[in-house]
Design a protein around this ligand. Sequence first.
Ligand code: DTR
Length: 341
Amino acid sequence: MKKKTLVLMAALFMATVSFSMFQPTVTAAGPVKLSYANFPPAPTFPCVQMERWKAEVEKRSNGQVAINTYPGGTLLDAKGMMDGVIAGQADIGCLCMAYQPGRFIVTNATSLPLGLPNARVASLVLWDIYQKYLPTSFAKVKVLTMFTTAPANIMSKIPIRTLEDIKGLGIRASGGAGQILKAWDANLVGMPMSDTPEALQKGVVQGLFSSLEVMKDFKFAEICKYVTFTDTVIYPFAVVMNMDKWNSLPRDVQLVMENMRVQQAVWTGTYMDNHVEEANEWSKSTQGVEFITLAPDEKARWDARLAFMTEDWIKDATAKGFPGAEIVADIKAFAKMYTGQ
Ligand code: DTR
């Protein structure tokens, strides 16, 4: 009996020791710390989605990770985001793929003028394109989510009602959308969004081309009193993680992040669409901004100038070894599926 009790006690002791040895390090060393870099200022949509993702991941992983966010280019800037994450300067980074058209050829096909109607649908389409083609441009990172802006429109200091009004006018855009402004004969000034407030203030540009939530988030409505609806193209974004960091995460944390990839895309797209509505309302009611809808025959002139873009992209992508025509056909088909048409 005595021997039995001793054996039992020894077994209990061993069990306790091995249990505490194999516990996750959370309690002893605290949560795994991750840094998350973003290029625009905190109130803008890429950072709003970042904070939402952070809160959700911390909650769903029961505090196993703690994410420190760095908005406003404090850790990595717009152009250095991808390489900075690959090099491990930040664990996670949010990048606008449209700023580097040659680097993200497949996913940037979503920023062709194909009529993607809103950010929610476009984000789902982008994700499906990424999943189907798994472009090698992301081979060195773990993709945590993708999403897009709402369609781009023109914000300007003077009214633009016809193609003649935009001719020679200094308008800011970045990446692939530059081609669009050139096709409309505007004087394209290329720069990332983060440099735009100063360029508008200093009069380097007379307006910009982007989704309209920036009218409120950057207070552009205080300077740009006119919006011309062109509903032209969306800008695709990606959130990526350093591969070694990803591989070092516990499997259950990885699962939390993997399960959030589509959810975060839909959350961000929906947030963006609603926020554009709010910003438009705010611009109208508090800033007296005029919203200009092009007359149908005028709009047809604007659209006709962009017809070459998709054909050129297909030719170029095909020459580089990508199935260009198939990618464009997929974007159209996925968009139809998500709009229920
Ligand atoms: N339209 C793109 C991307 C973009 C739209 N809203 C924001 C806010 C903050 C940063 C980037 C963007 C652009 O014009 O840059």
